[in-house]
Every structure is written in structure tokens, then in C-alpha cells.
Design a protein around this ligand. Structure first.
Ligand code: FNR
Length: 342
């Protein structure tokens, strides 16, 4: 299937798709505190993730671009929402626009709509140094994401099959990029082994992109007759991936995404050490099904939820949520017990 059609069909599948697997955030409970010392007006949502200074820990994660008028309109709306609510936004993979100049405007619209906002560029791990630099220029980006999507590629019949040079390639891009470079998964999570490899090549920002929300195994399987269903539940749940990555690489700038449904899931990620959290599928679903105003309302409620938790837990700053009292249950607890030992 040609690239542009594939992008639209991804969006259609995401809109159909609800939660596909157990969400690990449901196996974490934050402990209520009755005696807060805070006043609502003292609480700030500002956060610092390495060199990124943000007015909210919430960001719209990478989704779309390329594919013509329809994706341009989606990106314009997402960017307008990001601007109105002062949150960061990543664009979808720019690889198509790096190969075909006519697709550039579906990405450039994001910077045009939000000239002073935090905009994050996105490329695949096969990109050359030159492509990485052009992707950044296209958006005057504040950070660059490189997505790792080996499982998605393998499930797609037309997907890549050779990943042998990817780590070396990422290292080369890292050497030439001067803005924050974020390595992200697309819903399969990052393990402690992968985190160690990324640490060794000098990567300082990891977005775990874990399992629990949008699943590209399910999306790719639904698009064709020949199914590889056994991989529909493959991947590391987001909460667990946060634990794996911070165990292997404690001082990484940690970013959470994958199955974050609302502000409380976001708060749980922040308690586990993330400095920002991304939402992809639910943002585009709200925009396409309920419209732009509903997307703004959704962002407002996420901010309210974060603030409610912060006041209750006595955290006037996002960084103070780190390690707030909580418990883990079930499969999530068992996994972490087995994997966070040396
Ligand atoms: C994505 N995602 C994605 N990620 C990426 O790095 N580059 C991309 O081009 C895309 N494209 C894309 C399209 C659509 C329609 C969706 C829904 C998602 C993955 C996304 O950034 C995120 O990692 C996963 O979707 C998991 O987060 P959610 O959806 O559970 O919040």
C-alpha cells in the first residue's frame, strides 16, 4: 500500500481501536493523603526535562504528516490545540517529506500555526545525518524524536527487514544534533537492555512508548487478511518500561507514553520518574470524533487532574511528585520484581 494511504488507514484504525491490552497504570494505586499543606494557586505545572523547559508535562505525541490535505488539516488542529493550551507537540514521521518535497507542508503547518511553541521533529532510525538535520530545519524544531518500531515494520508485509546498522546510525545522528534527541518506541516499550545500549551511545532522553494504548500489531493486523495475531499482545507495558529504563539508566531524562488515558495515568508516570508524558491515539480520536473544542476540554481536564493529585499529594512542583507513596499489584508487580534485579 502506498505511504499516504497507509497513513490515513492508520488513523482510521486508531479511531476504531479502543484500549487493546491490560493497561499497566491500572495496576498502580497512588496513596491518598488527607493533610495537604498546599493551596491550589501555589501549584505549578511547569516541568524541566533535561534542556526542555515546558509549561506542562503533557504533550501531543507523534502521529501524522504526509498524506495530503487530510493530514495537513489534522496537524493544523493539533498544533492549534497545542498552542492554545501551551503544551508541546511532536509531529509524525517526517521520512516521507524528506523523500518527497510536496509532503513538507503537512508538517510545516505545525510551526506556522504555533510559531513560539515547543515542536518536536520525528524520523526513523534509518535516517541519515543529513535527513535528521533537514527534519529539524523543516520545523525549526526544539527537539528531535527518533522512533524505534522494529515490531511494526516486521508485521507490515512492506516493512523494513534490515535493522543491523540502526544503533550505529542513531549514534551518528546524536553526534551531529545539538537539540535534545529523544529515542522513542511506538507502543512496544523499551527494555532495560535497550536502555543500557542507548546509554552507551550517549542518548540522554528516552520516551518509553510502552504497551497499553495504541497497538500497531492490532492496527497492522486489522488492515490485512493474513493475520499475525499472536503478536497483538507483544510488548512491555508502559509502567513497567518506565521501571526498566530507570533501573538501567537512573539519570536519563525519562518520558512516558503509551496508553496514558488521562491526567491520573500521567501523574502515575510522573511519580515513577517521568518528567513529561505524551498522549497520541486518544488525542486524534477526540479531535476526529468530537471536534476541536472537545480536544481543548480534554487537555483542560488532564491539567485539572494533575493539579488535583498534586494538591492532595502535597507537591507544588511536578518534580516533587517523584516517588510519592504508591503500591503496585498483580502482573506488573511480578514483572518488576523479576526484572529489576541485577
Ligand atoms: C503513531 N505513532 C507514531 N510514532 C512515531 O514516532 N512516528 C509516527 O509517525 C507515528 N505515527 C502514528 C500514527 C498514529 C495515527 C498513531 C495513533 C500513533 C505512535 C505514537 O507516537 C505513540 O508512541 C503510540 O501511539 C502510543 O501512544 P498512545 O497512542 O497509546 O497514546
Amino acid at each position: 500500500m502506498e505511504r499516504a494511504k497507509r497513513k490515513i488507514s492508520h488513523i482510521e484504525e486508531v479511531i476504531k481501536q479502543g484500549q487493546t491490552t491490560l493497561n499497566s497504570f491500572d495496576e498502580m494505586e497512588v496513596i491518598h493523603q488527607s493533610l495537604t499543606h498546599l493551596n491550589w494557586d501555589q501549584v505549578s505545572l511547569r516541568t524541566q526535562c533535561g534542556e526542555l523547559s515546558l509549561s506542562s508535562p503533557l504533550f501531543i505525541n507523534a502521529m501524522t504528516g504526509g498524506g495530503g490535505k487530510k493530514t495537513e488539516e489534522i496537524n493544523r488542529n493539533l498544533a492549534a490545540a497545542a498552542k492554545t493550551k501551551n503544551i508541546a507537540m511532536a509531529v509524525g514521521s517526517q521520512m516521507s517529506a524528506l523523500k518527497d518535497e510536496t509532503e513538507k507542508k503537512t508538517y510545516e503547518v505545525v510551526r506556522k500555526e504555533n510559531p513560539n511553541g515547543v515542536v518536536i521533529a520525528n524520523i526513523g532510525s534509518e535516517a541519515s545525518v543529513d535527513q535528521a538535520l533537514r527534519a529539524i530545519d523543516m520545523l525549526e524544531a526544539n527537539a528531535l524524536q527518533i522512533h524505534l518500531n522494529v515490531m511494526q515494520e516486521l508485521i507490515m508485509p512492506e516493512g523494513d527487514r534490515d535493522f543491523s546498522e540502526r544503533l550505529k546510525n542513531i549514534e551518528q545522528i546524536r553526534e551531529h544534533v545539538s537539540i535534545p534527541l529523544i529515542i522513542k518506541e511506538v507502543g512496544f516499550g523499551i527494555s532495560k537492555e535497550s536502555a543500557k545500549m542507548l546509554k552507551e551511545i550517549g542518548i540522554q532522553y528516552i520516551d518509553v512508548g510502552g504497551k497499553g494504548g495504541t497497538s500497531f500489531s492490532v492496527i497492522e493486523n486489522n488492515r490485512r487478511d493474513e493475520h499475525l495475531q499472536s503478536f497483538n499482545t507483544w510488548g512491555i507495558p508502559t509502567l513497567i518500561s518506565l521501571k526498566e529504563v530507570s533501573f538501567a539508566y537512573p539519570d536519563v531524562n525519562l518520558i512516558a507514553s503509551g496508553g496514558v488515558r488521562h491526567g491520573l495515568d500521567g501523574v502515575k508516570a510522573l511519580i515513577l520518574g517521568a518528567r513529561m508524558f505524551g498522549i497520541a491515539g486518544p488525542m486524534i480520536r477526540t479531535l476526529m470524533e468530537d471536534g476541536f473544542d472537545s480536544l481543548l476540554t480534554k487537555i483542560d481536564s488532564i491539567h485539572d487532574e494533575i493539579k488535583i493529585a498534586m494538591v492532595t499529594l502535597g507537591a507544588d512542583h511536578i518534580s516533587k511528585l517523584n516517588n510519592s507513596p504508591h503500591v503496585l499489584y498483580g502482573r506488573t508487580k511480578e514483572w518488576i520484581e523479576q526484572r529489576t534485579k541485577n
